[in-house]
Design a protein around this ligand. Structure first.
Ligand code: NAD
Length: 376
């Protein structure tokens, strides 16, 4: 099989595959084409790709020659007409946001694999790009908060007196939230955590955080480990308790999301107004509406001396390791899709391949995508 790695557009600094992973693909007998300068912003030169065994070519040639095209984000719309029927595109889709793009590509006859749709099962863990990127986000969110906070994170006993440790409140203990707990604890902060899934209680505790339970949370075993929408009564109770703890906090890292829905509002405007000036809120749920009522996606705003950072693209700011993790996840997926000679074998009976494939033979193949896009 021949794979082609595209250069990303816009502000994206990552690249789907770094030279180190090209070498792995070559060992799998896969031919690798890379668009000129695709790795520049992730600090990977064309020379490094060539040395690893990739052939550097222009974008149009790449799309013409590759059996499978790999990218972090969907290519620009202009590219769709360069693709041919049966060609495979493997990228993060954000299907609801990009439904028009996907529909055009479906009509063109592309087979589309959504890296953000890899099932979140134990077997698929090594292919889970959402988890890898959330790890980066949780880490960077804490570092950004620490660098903006006008106080130390750790406790200090110095000749100039005792400095109390910073208090960090984490909303949502999924992959990003747990990473944030770990990093904030390593920096010496006191960490408190809210989540609606009781399963995370022990994980929070084992990382040194304090789990604050709100009674009456609704959980659904059928939601695949994800949170579900809560009752109005629960939401009010939770907002009140969060307010009590946010007022004492120096930093709030908000990560709570519900798949396919707007992120839950956990921090009200009035809570922000009661927080200490100089506090920092990093809202990683910004792109799905934010956990804070005042968050503006992609912006830093100041309210009552509190900085609110609405940010969902930290992985692009750490392109070397984010691209490394991204590439390793793709390779683990490709291991299910090629034989020992590097030929493509697409086994739709495999639940991972089936769950990741959203369009094939001009049809929406996955039930999940049909539900997401409201297709009968
Ligand atoms: P996510 O980004 O969807 O949500 C982040 C966190 O916010 C979750 O822990 C969720 O419970 C929490 N949340 C949602 N609504 C909330 C509310 N109203 N109040 C407080 N917290 C709220 O989650 P994620 O990081 O993508 O992962 C969610 C879960 O998926 C994991 O903890 C795990 O169970 C599962 N998972 C499985 C695998 C795997 O096995 N391959 C990989 C990753 C994640």
């Amino acid at each position: 099989m021949t794979v082609g790695i595209l250069k990303e557009s816009g502000n994206e600094n990552r690249v789907a595959i770094l030279p180190g992973e090209v070498a792995v693909l070559r060992k799998m007998h896969i031919v690798v084409l890379i668009e000129r300068h695709a790795g520049d912003r992730a600090f990977a030169t064309d020379k490094a790709y060539n040395a690893a065994g990739a052939l550097t070519i222009e974008r149009k040639d790449l799309i013409t020659r590759a059996e499978m095209v790999l990218s972090v984000n969907l290519p620009v719309e202009e590219d769709i007409k360069s693709f041919r029927e049966g060609q495979i595109l493997c990228s993060v889709l954000n299907p609801v946001e990009n439904s028009k793009w996907i529909e055009k590509a479906r009509l063109r006859g592309l087979t589309i694999l959504g890296l953000d749709l890899v099932p979140r099962t134990t077997r698929a863990q090594s292919m889970d790009i959402l988890s890898s990127m959330a790890t980066v986000s949780g880490y960077k969110a804490v570092l950004e908060a620490a660098s903006r906070l006008p106080r130390f994170f750790p406790m200090f006993m110095s000749a100039a007196g005792t400095i109390k440790p910073a208090r960090v409140l984490i909303l949502g203990a999924g992959v990003a939230g747990l990473q944030a707990v770990a990093i904030a604890r390593k920096l010496g902060a006191v960490v408190e955590v809210f989540d609606v899934r009781s399963a995370v209680k022990d994980e929070v505790k084992s990382l040194g955080g304090k789990f604050i339970e709100v009674e009456g949370a609704k959980e659904d075993k059928g939601a695949g480990g994800y949170a579900v929408e809560q009752t109005e009564e629960f939401k009010l109770k939770q907002q009140e308790l969060i307010q009590e703890h946010a007022i004492e906090a120096d930093v709030v890292i908000a990560t709570a999301q519900i798949p396919g829905r707007r992120a839950p509002i956990l921090l009200l405007a009035e809570t922000v107004h009661s927080m200490k000036p100089g506090s920092v809120i990093v809202d990683l749920a910004a792109s799905t509406g934010g956990n804070c009522e005042l968050t503006e996606d992609g912006k830093n705003i100041k309210v009552n001396g509190v900085i609110i950072i609405g940010k969902s693209d930290y992985p692009s700011e750490m392109p070397t390791d984010a691209s490394k993790m991204f590439g390793v996840n793709i390779i683990n997926l490709l291991k299910l899709m090629v034989d020992k000679d590097g030929n493509l074998v697409m086994n739709l009976m495999d639940d991972i391949i089936e769950g990741t494939t959203v369009v094939r033979n001009k049809e929406y193949t996955s039930q999940r995508i049909r539900q997401m896009l409201n297709i009968k």
